[in-house]
Design a protein. Structure first.
Lengths: 209, 209
DNA sequence: TAGACTGTCTAACGTTTGTTAGGTCAAGTC
DNA sequence: GACTTGACCTAACAAACGTTAGACAGTCTA
């Protein structure tokens, strides 16, 4: 809890299928689910253990500390949304318009955040609560993801497709803001990700590029 | 901590000047300052007491529980930003354009959130971490404030001043999102509220109303 | 079949948290 | 000058937290 560094325990690729691998994944799944709804401090090792069906002490067979679990969830979450957005953009025709590309990226981000799994939203919520070492471990993952939006924002500004005098930096921050704030108000029975993606895109891209 | 309801201890008007009133205000100030930077759980009664220069137990002379303090800070914060935005809009000439009005409101909101005092940003950060009763006590204050943005968004959509197919509801959520996410990235030495307000307005209002 | 390894459990530890009961002491009131 | 009140303190409480040590059963390996 007190000491220095958090080892990056996020899963680059799915490991082999030993018996303990399942428990390890179960622990991360439960942690993400609880983290998403309750936040960093309310996500206790005993709560996680209960959800998995083991005892709190047994978690230490798989992880060295609580913060290692949190960091793994956070980083897996950022990596997941980065892959989702990257693949969605890669699936587009080379002739796709700027509007199509932005809407696709926004939809992929919102989908990862609001509908698919708990990791991304869990990481987003936990980040501001988590202690410094956890945030430090997450920073490289975040920067790698934000680079996608840096490039998109620069394209939009260069094309003159948004309001005059808007810098690419501010455009990126505004886009990430309106998307990342959505867990605060999104209700599956009241909103649809496709609609939101279309509206957010139209909002930003009033001048067609 | 466990039980039911949180009495609304926010200060509608500044009370008379008894000796204990200063301590009470000091406690709220310290709580807001710590809450803003550290969040709900890291804001402990002993930390608050230390900052004020009294002992933790003495806080209970002024407040019935920790959550009563948190709720008071949160509600004062929302009321403060509501007053700030309302007064800024009221200070505008009756002939002010829609663009002027939106930029003024955005600037007042960002100013309250990023530069003026700790209450508003503290409340924003604590809200998602706080237990249900605290959030319940905050809801009326939040709704009263959001009504301002509901009306502004409806005006903008009615004037056709933003992207086509954007609902007033989504416009409000997008605006609040890009503004309320700003504490995550704002640095006083790197950004200026006036610039951000101008850019956010231009972003949303590409079609002049 | 002996021994090592895996995965989990029990049972505690030290710390921190919100909270409370009861005491203290100066300032104001009758 | 007795008494009340306001404002604070001391000292503890139970609960919850992350974490650890050591035991135990099942499975794999030599």
């Amino acid at each position: 809890m007190t000491s220095g560094e958090i080892v990056d325990a996020s899963e680059g690729d799915v490991g082999s299928a030993r018996s303990g691998e399942k428990s390890r994944r179960d622990i991360l799944d439960a942690a993400a689910r609880i983290l998403r709804r309750r936040g960093y401090h309310a996500t206790t090792l005993r709560t996680i253990a209960d959800a998995v069906g083991i005892k709190a002490g047994s978690i230490y067979y798989h992880f060295a500390s609580k913060d290692e679990i949190i960091a793994a969830v956070m980083n897996d979450g950022v990596d997941a949304v980065r892959r989702a957005v990257t693949e969605a953009l890669a699936g587009l025709a080379a002739t796709a318009s700027l509007e199509e590309r932005l809407e696709t990226a926004v939809r992929a981000h919102l989908h990862a955040l609001l509908e698919f799994g708990d990791y991304t939203s869990a990481g987003l919520k936990a980040y501001s609560e988590a202690p410094e070492p956890v945030r430090d471990a997450a920073r490289p993952h975040r920067l790698a993801y934000e680079a996608i939006w840096d490039r998109l924002a620069e394209e939009i500004v260069a094309a003159g497709a948004t309001g005059t005098g808007v810098s690419a930096r501010s455009l990126k921050l505004a886009l990430l803001g309106m998307m990342n704030w959505s867990p605060e108000w999104y209700r599956p029975d009241r909103h649809r990700v496709d609609d939101l993606a279309r509206e957010f895109t139209a909002l930003v891209l009033s001048r067609r590029g």
